[in-house]
Design a protein around this ligand. Structure first.
Ligand code: AHM
Ligand code: MG
Length: 307
């Protein structure tokens, strides 16, 4: 069985990038261990968006930042749990992360995940003199990676035009599924169904999926839901806007762009209904966007029904 480390040595020419990915996988190991043992009480503080943070969100955020600080190749980080991006030094790599997505699912022991986006700032034509995520877009991503903490801890990594799954063994990640491909198939994860109360086009779309006998698979966590589409090779995850979230709930930098990168590399698509998620320039750190992600035909169907 191939380890993640040997896979990276084989596939990634740039040793600096290799070391960044090892750093991120080490933080996933640490989070995985803490999730299975840590207390799940609420931390009692609010994050930048006024949402209550769970103790584990804070812990995961801290663990990733500490790992990144140890790696001098990483010059810039931004976390969904922190208000500002953080400049760490002269390293060429910028890493965005949602440390623990779906944290409201922790106390009921459903799967949660981490989302990473990795950018190589030296490849930017303007050398990104401001050292900021603002001005970048998903198409600038070098690598994206999600971790799913479920019955097993897995990583799905998009690198070098391939998407592969790795599973955590005793102390190492091993390649468990190679070259994931997303085609067509009847499975749906309809997020934010509340929007149907005011958006009859979304109600029509969901009704189409129901009447066409699609299989419902919705966990309440974007990472396990999109991970399922990648692993089953079919399906659609939707999260439209509505009055409470006029731009949608999910964040472009931390959640949607890295997910869209994984999905496109696996042969699927991701759109906000008008354009590819990866084409959207980051205007601010906490930017939100609607998202329709999964099989190409389903993403097209979303645009046709909703626009
Ligand atoms: P979080 O970043 O606060 O955890 O929120 C993101 C999560 C996604 O994983 C999921 O798709 C969505 O929120 C579900 O939200 P809701 O149940 O409010 O519709
Ligand atoms: Mg999140």
């Amino acid at each position: 069985m191939q380890t993640l480390q040997s896979f990276l040595q084989e596939k990634v020419q740039d040793e600096q990038l290799q070391s960044v990915l090892v750093t991120l996988s080490e933080s996933v190991k640490a989070i995985s261990e803490r999730i299975s043992t840590a207390e799940t009480c609420k931390a009692g503080t609010n994050n930048e968006y006024g949402e209550e943070q769970m103790a584990l969100d804070i812990l995961a955020d801290k663990l990733i930042q500490e790992e990144c600080e140890k790696n001098e190749q990483i010059g810039l980080i931004a976390s969904e749990e922190q208000p500002d991006e953080i400049w760490l030094g002269d390293g060429d790599f910028a890493v965005s992360y949602d440390p623990l997505d779906g944290s409201s699912l922790i106390d009921v022991n459903l799967a949660v995940g981490t989302i990473f986006g990795v950018y190589d700032l030296k490849l930017r034509s303007d050398a990104n003199q401001d050292k900021s995520f603002v001005g970048l877009k998903g198409d600038d991503l070098e690598v994206s990676m999600i971790a799913v903490y479920g019955p097993r801890t897995t990583i799905v990594l998009a690198i070098d035009g391939e998407v592969n799954e790795f599973t955590l063994g005793e102390d190492e990640f091993y390649l468990s599924k190679s070259e994931l491909k997303v085609g067509e198939g009847k499975m749906f994860s309809p997020g934010n169904l509340r929007a149907c109360s005011e958006n009859l086009k979304y109600l029509d779309l969901v009704t189409f999926w129901i009447r066409s006998e699609y299989t419902l698979r919705y966990s309440g966590g974007m990472v396990p839901d999109v991970n399922q589409i990648l692993l089953k090779g079919k399906g659609i995850f939707s999260y439209p806007p509505y009055s409470k979230y006029p731009d949608g709930k999910l964040r472009l930098i931390f959640e949607c762009a890295p997910m869209a990168f994984l999905m496109e590399k696996a042969g699927g698509a991701a759109s906000d209904g008008y354009k590819r998620i990866l084409e959207k320039t980051y205007e601010k750190i906490d930017q939100r966007t609607p998202i329709y992600i999964g099989s190409k035909e389903e993403v097209d169907r979303c645009s046709k029904y909703l626009i």
